[in-house]
Design a protein around this ligand. Structure first.
Ligand code: ATP
Length: 306
């Protein structure tokens, strides 16, 4: 039980007749970086609002650090949450802004500010005012605010949204450090799937308020197979060639005369030669892995058919 930081059971939130969350059973274990993946409107923010106490469930329950019901309030003090971008004064620097919140929230010890700034690498901003910060700096300062109370569990709603690749890489590194050096359990929501692929240890896929699947990063890697993706002028004929000449049925026909071949990965020349010999025109061939995004889209597709 102690190993589970957060679990929800049948968590449901209705707005009028619409269900923003629909019977969600989610489990976050200690030490995990949990990637909550979902498109816009899937219910990610609603879930985070319920867990952080900013909204109340229509039905279902939340268990934080093993406690539920009226004990939840105390356990929430062990969490740090960023839902919307915190409002900082544009005319103050990083330190002054954090100091303002430290006093307002009654967080003891001025070193909390310095420690948080160090973690997000914002100690050297000098007299630079918030209004002159880059987007990445602004978002790192937001994270520093959540870190000031030294949370054991951090809940972040789309924290790397809109950042350039370098900013994304910095955030990933930061999450890794917090997780490994401070043993902070982290739940990060995102609709940009590739953002989390290098850092999450576990994923939950949310779609239309329902948690479609929870899966570890390892399981996901195993499921995302590498393949040769080919575009030809005649997919039906190519399928027959794969079957008869290459002796394999390990392929999938996709729309637009595209095929994915999971066999003969190490000898693409043999594949192109077999096609050419039978008069199939090969427009393109590339080796690719079924990335997180493809996996998620397939999962949603499956959900729609269910
Ligand atoms: P986004 O990334 O766009 O914020 P999300 O996954 O965080 O998406 P939510 O904000 O949780 O999604 O919204 C889930 C659904 O609930 C949406 O259909 C949204 O319109 C609806 N919703 C959320 N908050 C409210 C509210 N206060 N009143 C009415 N409907 C709401």
């Amino acid at each position: 039980m102690e190993d589970i930081v957060l679990s929800t059971h049948g968590l449901t939130r209705a707005y009028g007749r619409a269900l923003a969350l629909d019977g969600v059973d989610l489990t976050v274990r200690r030490g995990e970086i949990y990637g909550l993946i979902g498109r816009n409107g899937a219910g990610k923010s609603t879930l985070l609002r319920l867990v952080s106490g900013q909204s109340v469930p229509t039905s279902g329950s939340i268990r934080l650090f093993g406690k539920t019901g009226s004990d939840l309030r105390r356990e929430r003090a062990r969490t740090g949450v960023i839902l919307e971008a915190p409002s900082f004064s544009p005319f103050l620097g990083a330190r002054e802004n954090l100091e303002y919140y430290r006093i307002q929230r009654g967080i003891p010890g001025q070193d909390a500010v310095e420690e948080a700034l160090e973690l997000v690498e914002l100690t050297d901003t000098g007299s630079k005012k918030f209004k002159n910060f880059s987007l990445g700096m602004k978002q790192r300062l937001g994270l520093a605010l959540a870190l000031m109370s030294r949370p054991e569990f951090l809940l972040l709603d789309e924290p790397i949204n809109g950042l350039d690749p370098e900013g994304v890489a910095q955030f990933r590194e930061l999450f890794r450090r917090l997780n490994q050096e401070r043993q902070t359990t982290i739940l990060i929501s995102s609709h940009v799937l590739s953002e989390l692929s290098a850092v999450a240890t576990c994923y939950g896929f949310l779609e239309r308020g329902r948690l479609l699947e929870e899966i570890t990063a390892q399981e996901l890697r195993e499921r995302c197979q590498v393949c040769l993706r080919l575009q030809v002028d005649d997919a039906v004929k190519a399928s027959v060639i794969f079957h008869i000449k290459l002796g394999t049925d390990a392929f999938k026909v996709l729309p637009d005369n595209t095929l994915e071949l999971y066999d003969h990965l190490d000898c693409p020349q043999a594949v192109s030669q077999a096609l050419a010999e039978e008069g199939v025109f090969l427009q393109s061939m590339e080796r690719r892995g079924s990335d997180l995004e493809t996996y998620f889209l397939d999962l949603i597709g499956g959900g729609h058919h269910a």
